[in-house]
Write a protein that binds this ligand. Structure first.
Ligand code: CP
Length: 308
């Protein structure tokens, strides 16, 4: 593959190859010396048109640990604020010969469009409600390490599914790897064409969580609820917030995940989120650096092969 735009075009073999390479970077990142030269001589530009903590920091660290020259575009102070379009901005940066472009954008499809206009490899860091492929890959690595496998698991994805690119990428990835997926949330926060994914849908946490191996919570994405359904936080937490009582319905060794940023006391109880016996939320962040290192290394190999 030339780009990493989504999980959709990846095969199970592609996914396994990224996760296997990422395992080696988990080990490197735990060393005192966290350095490799696999991206030496390459230029990585990060363009985030939407806020980020985890994705931006981990892509920057990933590039630096692999020896790339990394530039973070400050989009708030760029000429985008003077009205320059996404494509003109991309063409301008493309003229400076980057090798890897990491892009987050609020509009679904914007990163795919940009990838058609530039010569370098593009990595989607989240586009609207479409895809967030490196999040699904880091979630997959976290699950595989915690459960010892990434197939025939029962995974509940809970909350605001309709607005979530994390849910969409995870549905695609977990489906390709032959897991059983349950979606739990209010009908108003379920996407309309959910039947095409071949999943079970529940609006009751007690029914949906029964005997699952993995509980993946999602943030209520108020910024994408333009005038539509905005539930009261108290009511939402009562019905759909994950606490120890609801988690007790899942398997006794079920793990708790959340991509972050979290709304404590809205979709998840703060004490449960911090419970290192059940919550793998910090591991997810750790895996994020390793997975992004692996994804960039694999794209760089393809770039070099194409140039040879
Ligand atoms: N999970 C995730 O994408 O977090 P950020 O928005 O902080 O990057």
């Amino acid at each position: 593959h030339r780009h990493l735009l989504g999980i959709e075009p990846l095969s199970p073999g592609d996914i396994t190859a990224i996760l296997d390479l990422a395992e080696t970077y988990v080990d490197l990142n735990r060393c005192a010396e966290k350095h490799s030269d696999v991206l030496a001589g390459l230029t990585q530009i990060n363009m985030f048109f939407e806020n980020s903590t985890r994705t931006q920091a981990s892509f920057e660290l990933a590039g630096k640990r692999l020896g790339a020259d990394v530039m973070n575009m400050a989009m708030q102070t760029s000429s985008v604020k003077k009205g320059e379009t996404l494509i003109d901005t991309a063409l301008t940066l493309n003229a400076m010969h980057p090798d890897l472009l990491v892009v987050r954008h609020p509009q679904s499809g914007a990163v795919d469009l940009l990838a058609q206009k530039v010569n370098c490899a593009v990595l989607n860091a989240g586009d609207g409600r479409h895809e967030h492929p490196t999040q699904a890959l880091l979630d997959a690595l976290t699950i595989r390490r915690a459960k010892g496998r990434l197939h025939r698991l029962s995974v509940a994805i809970c909350g605001d599914i309709a607005h979530s690119r994390v849910a969409r990428s995870n549905l695609l990835l977990l489906g390709k790897m032959e897991n059983r997926i349950r979606l739990i949330g209010p009908p108003t926060l379920m996407p309309s064409q959910i039947s095409e994914f071949g999943v079970e849908v529940f609006d009751d946490m007690a029914e949906g969580l029964a005997d699952v191996d993995v509980v993946m919570m999602l943030r209520l994405q108020r910024e994408r609820m333009d005038g539509g359904f905005i539930p009261s936080e108290r009511e939402y937490y009562h019905r759909y917030g994950l606490d120890a009582e609801k988690l007790a319905l899942a398997k006794p060794d079920a793990i708790v995940m959340h991509p972050g940023p979290m709304n404590r006391g809205v979709e998840i109880d703060g004490t449960l989120a911090d419970d290192i016996n059940r919550s793998v939320i910090q591991e997810q962040v750790e895996m994020g650096v390793a997975v992004r290192m692996a994804a960039m290394e694999l794209l760089a190999r393809n770039l070099r092969a194409a140039a040879a």
